[in-house]
Structures are given as C-alpha cells and as structure tokens.
Design a protein around this ligand. Sequence first.
Ligand code: ATP
Ligand code: MG
Length: 204
Amino acid sequence: MSNSEQTANTDRHQQKMQKHKEKVDAAIARAQEERGVIIVLTGNGKGKSSSGFGTVIRTLGHGYKAGLVQFIKGTWDCGEAKILATLPGLTHEVMGSGFTWETQNKEQDQRAFDAVWPKAKAMLSNPELRTVMLDEITYMLAYDLLDFDELKTALENRPPEQNVILTGRGAPTALRDLADTVTEMKMEKHAFKAGVKAQAGIEW
Ligand code: ATP
Ligand code: MG
C-alpha cells in the first residue's frame, strides 16, 4: 500500500470512529435515569449463571453489598459460589434439601422452596443490597413452586436502587415484560453435545 493510500485509510478510519463516538455520546447523554434494573438471563445457550455471577462480582468490587440465592441443587458447589461466599458483602442462600431433576416429589420440593423463599424476599426488601441474584428461579415458576404474582410483587416493591438478576431457561413472557434487560442465550454449539465431559472450572 502506498503512503497516500495509507493516509486515506487512516482518515477514513478516523471519520468512522468519530461518527461512532458521536452516536455513543448521544446515547449516553439520553440515558439519565438512575434506578435499579431487573435483568433476565434466559435461553438454552451456556452463559446465564456465569454472567449473573460476574455481575455480582462487579457489584462487590465497587464495595456494594449483594445477595445470591441458588434454587437448584447441583449448582451450589460451583466455583463462583465458592469464591463469592468468601467475599465480604455477599449474603448467600441455597435452597435446602430438595429440588433436583431427580426428586420428582412435589411436596418435598415445595417445602424446600417455602423454606428459602422468605430469605429471598428479605433480600428483595433490603436496601443495603445493591444487587440480588436469583439463580435458576425460572424453574420455580415452571414447576409451580412459585406463583408469578408473588415474584412480581416482591420485584415491584423492592428498594428503587436495587438490581435483580434472574436466571434460568424458559423465562415466561410475563417475566420478560417486567424486566428492563433480557438476554436470550442462544445455543449455537455446546461441547457436551459432542461428547466432551463436563468439567470443573468450566461447567460448574
Ligand atoms: P453457565 O453456568 O455455564 O453459565 P447456564 O447457567 O447458562 O451455564 P444452565 O442451563 O444453568 O446453563 O446449565 C447448567 C450446566 O449445564 C452448566 O454446567 C452449563 O455449562 C451446562 N450447559 C449450559 N448450556 C448447555 C447446553 N446447551 N448443553 C449442554 N450443557 C449446557
Ligand atoms: Mg445456570
């Protein structure tokens, strides 16, 4: 490439970046409202819980307090929860003896849910908690352990500054409607489907 071609390229790049910067600056100027948000991370692709945990770490990293409730057995001993539980500022609850894909015992699952839900509700009314993550909560709705209106009321009455992250496949439309941010993780490929064994540090 000649020197003049290189200069023209650099100019074009600079103009493109300038335009992009103007758009970004305008969008930043427009977004002025300050309040907590509801984030739903759903879909069949990998990355829902790990994204939620990453956001909880962001919250803690700024010195804010956060809450985490894990609703599915098997996700409890994941690496993120282990490290998060050691950090100051995190309130951590797991749903007790109970819900797995295997139990298939509605009464037992309901008892386990009923024991943890008041703790989740307490987090959703605690103004000290900047972010609350309800991991795999969509299954509590799907299996009728949690009534949507009960969740909706708790979310709507939470402190105005509080952010809530809800994860799990198959988030119902009503929950998506209530949320401010919804990400549908799309599965394009997953190593497990090709026979690669789930591994600590990647899958949990
Ligand atoms: P992660 O915890 O890795 O962010 P996730 O929360 O999006 O995953 P879940 O539906 O909660 O996904 O699945 C729990 C476990 O199954 C995790 O170990 C995850 O890595 C794995 N997993 C996620 N999506 C798929 C998939 N499409 N096929 C196979 N395994 C998956
Ligand atoms: Mg998950």
